[in-house]
Structures are given as C-alpha cells and as structure tokens.
Write a protein that binds this ligand. Structure first.
Ligand SMILES: [Mg+2]
Length: 200
C-alpha cells in the first residue's frame, strides 16, 4: 500500500532540473575547500573575503539559472501531482531569485506558487530542517508525516528527516541498492516515487 502524501517538497538543481553545476570547479577556482559544500566553505573563509565570495556564487548561479533544463522525469511526475491537487513546493540552497528564473526557464514554474519557492536566504539552508518546517507551516501547518522531501543530495534527505517528513534520495546516474540512512527510499527517476507514495 503506497503511503499517502499530501505535500510534496522538491530540491531544485539536479532534481527538478538536469544537473549542470560544477561545484568542484567553482571551489577550485575560488580557493574554497574541496571537501566542504560551497556555503559552508565560504563561512570558513576569512571574514573580509566572504561578501565577495557570496557575490561570485550568486553571479555564477544566476548565469546557470537562465540555462536550466527540466528533468524529463519531473515533466512526467508534476502533471500527475497537479491532477491530484496536492500542494508542491521547492526548497533550494540556491537563492529564491535564481530558483524563480530557473523554474521559468524550464517551464516548471506553473506547478510552484511563488510563496512556496524557498531559497537559502528565507530560512537556514539544508541540511537544516528550518526550510521544510517553514514550508509545512506556509502550506497550512501540515503534519510532517503527510509530507515528502525529495532531492539528489543527502542534505535534502537530512533536512526532511530532521523535520519529521518522509524523504527520498534521487540517484539518476548511479544505482544505490538500499536507502542510505535516513532516506526512506532511493529512486532513479522522480516518477518512481509513485510506487511508494500516493498523492492524496
Ligand atoms: Mg540538488
């Protein structure tokens, strides 16, 4: 029996869109630690350089946002969720402004009302559960056990799990036999979610 899910929260880059960010290349070019995510790496940089580094990230991501391409499996799943009339939201470590550009470029904007697109400046970024909690509250104080967080990074899974929702890890490129904790399920395409979860 599929688990009924009312609220569907998606990571953006590499989940709803095809992956295009060369994070390692950006870190290398800007002298950031390769083993630390970019935002956390910037937080470790000398205070005088942080503002400039954040500006560079914004500019780099803004350029990429205009070139975003929709993932074909997102194009298959989202109309099904729309027909089921369940609320859908985006939670990204990118900025909200870039996310809106990216959603427009991919043609996926119609599925996500603007207030339900949350970036790194609205709440503490993933893996913090704050963004997931904020979205559940915006969607009408939804019970986390009727919500799902989906993303292609373990931090997506961690943010959902810490907020008490179900979580799914998307691995398009490599296969993973069993869900790494704390993911409830691993999928290789977004529409596989419907084998485990039911929009309701
Ligand atoms: Mg991602």
């Amino acid at each position: 029996m599929p688990t009924p899910i009312h609220c569907w929260i998606f990571d953006l880059d590499g989940t709803l869109t095809l992956a295009q960010h060369d994070f390692a290349g950006f870190k290398q070019a800007h002298g950031l630690p390769l083993d630390t995510p970019i935002l956390e790496g910037i937080a470790l940089a000398p205070p005088a350089t942080r503002a400039e580094l954040l500006k560079s990230v914004d500019a780099w991501e803004a350029g990429l946002a205009t070139e975003s391409q929709p993932a074909p499996d997102a194009q298959r799943l989202l109309p099904i969720l729309e027909t089921a009339r369940v609320p859908m939201a985006v939670l990204t470590r990118n900025t909200r402004a870039n996310a809106l550009v990216s959603l427009a470029a991919t043609g996926l904007a119609r599925y996500f009302p603007e207030p339900l697109v949350i970036g790194r400046d609205e709440f503490a970024p993933k893996p913090s559960p704050d963004g997931v909690r904020g979205l559940l509250s915006l969607m009408g104080h939804v019970d986390p056990r009727t919500a799902l967080m989906v993303g292609d990074h373990i931090d997506d899974v961690r943010s959902g799990h810490a907020a008490g929702t179900y979580s799914a890890l998307l691995r398009r490129a490599e296969s993973v036999a069993s869900p790494p904790p704390p993911a409830d399920v691993v999928i290789s395409a977004l529409d596989e979610l419907l084998e485990t979860f039911e929009p309701r």
